[in-house]
Each structure stands twice: as structure tokens, then as C-alpha cells.
Design a protein around this ligand. Structure first.
Ligand code: PRT
Ligand code: ZN
Length: 202
């Protein structure tokens, strides 16, 4: 049976939401006022938007509940579902860094051996450390990662950096970049069918 409706999964609230909606509008999609917190119907095409946590976007797309999603490359890499990236969207730009206390003696990659590193990205960090043959222990935190060194919960952190302000405010300095990130338009393996139905002009 032919499926005509195209479903997008985008972030419900946060740094990706506004730019994601603007991107959909830039493709010529119009939306009325939002009646429901979780879903929004397009008024000029058979398109629906689902608003979800950004961490859940890869699974929505992988399980084909949504056809496309807009998610940070960092989240996509951490969740590691085999999705197709249709477009790099050039917003939500940031870098995942290993950072250490400003007064720390650690200066090189090798200095991380034996340290405790706090992060919300254990998979990305674990793979990076394994590739570099560094043996460090990873402490997984969902948020407030920058606080961990001052609370003696960790010796270093691995977190997203944009301006660097949060690191400075917490007495930390960047040591090593792990990955660059930006918002990505992703879909599952039916990409061609989706591309045929919508004109991705940008
Ligand atoms: O509720 P939900 O789970 O959907 O949202 P969230 O809280 O997990 O995500 P959100 O809205 O904070 O970020 C969504 C995405 O935006 C991230 O996954 C990244 O792809 C991207 N992004 C871009 C950022 C940043 N820049 C960013 N600076 N995500 C987080 N930060 C945080 C960072 O964790 C740190 O605490 O901002 C702080 C650093 O910022 P600077 O400017 O002080 O360096
Ligand atoms: Zn999230």
C-alpha cells in the first residue's frame, strides 16, 4: 500500500526546535497554530510533525514511526542507529570536547590514562578512548556534566562546547576535540521515496 503522508520527528523544546521548524518552513511547508503539544499538521501538504525529545528522534526514524528527523550529529552518533543523512543543516553547531580543570597538569591525550571522565556521551567517548588506547573510566551523567570536576566526581569531562562560556564559568578548559556536530536531516532506508515527495530546496 502506498503511503502518502510524510512524518517528521523534531525536537519538542530546546536548541533545535526553532531552527528545525524554520527549516521545514523554508521547504515551503505551512503550519497553522499548534493545537496539540505532540503533533502538528501541515496545512499545504500531507505532512505531519511529531514533537519529541531529541534523544528519541533516531529511534522514531529507525522504527519508521517518522520518515525523517532533525537531530544533532552528536545524538545520532551516540545512539548509533544506521540512518541516512539527507542534509547537513548548518545550525546547532557545536563541538564535543574533553575538558579539564584550568589548573590541571593534564596537557596531552596520554595524561588521560587512569582518569575519571564524566560525560553524557559514553559511546562516543568510549570509542575515542579505545581507538587511542587510553584507559580511563567513564562516569555517565545526564546533565550538569561541567560540575563534576569541582564536586570531585570526575577529573575531566567530555561535553558539548559552543562559545566556551560554560567551561570557563566552571573553571575548565578544553583539552581535546572529539567530534564536530550540527543538525542533520536524517531518514531511514526509504530516502529516495521521501525525496521524491518533497522538494528539499535548501
Ligand atoms: O529535552 P531534549 O532531550 O530534547 O533536549 P536536550 O536538553 O538534550 O538538548 P538541547 O536542546 O540542550 O540541545 C539539543 C542539541 O543542540 C544538542 O544535542 C546539540 O546537537 C546542539 N547543541 C549546540 C548544543 C549546544 N550547541 C550546547 N552548547 N547542545 C548543548 N549545549 C550545551 C552544552 O551541553 C553545555 O552545557 O551548552 C553548554 C555549552 O555551551 P557554551 O556556549 O557555554 O559553550
Ligand atoms: Zn536530549
Amino acid at each position: 500500500m502506498k503511503k502518502n503522508k510524510i512524518v517528521f520527528a523534531i525536537q519538542k523544546q530546546g536548541r533545535l526546535k526553532e531552527d528545525s521548524m524554520n527549516y521545514l518552513r523554508s521547504m515551503g511547508l505551512d503550519f497553522g497554530s499548534q493545537q496539540c503539544e505532540m503533533r502538528l499538521k501541515c496545512t499545504n501538504a500531507n505532512v505531519e510533525v511529531l514533537f519529541v525529545r531529541d534523544d528519541d528522534i533516531p529511534v522514531y526514524v529507525y522504527r519508521k514511526v517518522a520518515d525523517c528527523g532533525i537531530v544533532g550529529a552528536n545524538v545520532l552518533a551516540e545512539k548509533s542507529f544506521p540512518l541516512i543523512t539527507l542534509r547537513r543543516l548548518n545550525f546547532a553547531l557545536c563541538k564535543l570536547f574533553i575538558a579539564v580543570p584550568q589548573n590541571a597538569a593534564f596537557a596531552t591525550l596520554e595524561d588521560l590514562n587512569g582518569l575519571r571522565i564524566a560525560t553524557s556521551y559514553p559511546k562516543i567517548l568510549g570509542e575515542f578512548l579505545a581507538q587511542k588506547a587510553i584507559k580511563a573510566s567513564i562516569t555517565v551523567l545526564k546533565g550538569a556534566v561541567e560540575l563534576a570536576p569541582s564536586l570531585n566526581l570526575a577529573d575531566a569531562i567530555c561535553d558539548l562546547v559552543q562559545s566556551g562560556k560554560t567551561l570557563r564559568e566552571n573553571g575548565l578548559k578544553p583539552l581535546l576535540p572529539i567530534m564536530e556536530s550540527e543538525a542533520l536531516l536524517v531518514c531511514s532506508t526509504d530516502s529516495q521515496q521521501i525525496l521524491n515527495q518533497i522538494n528539499f530546496t535548501r
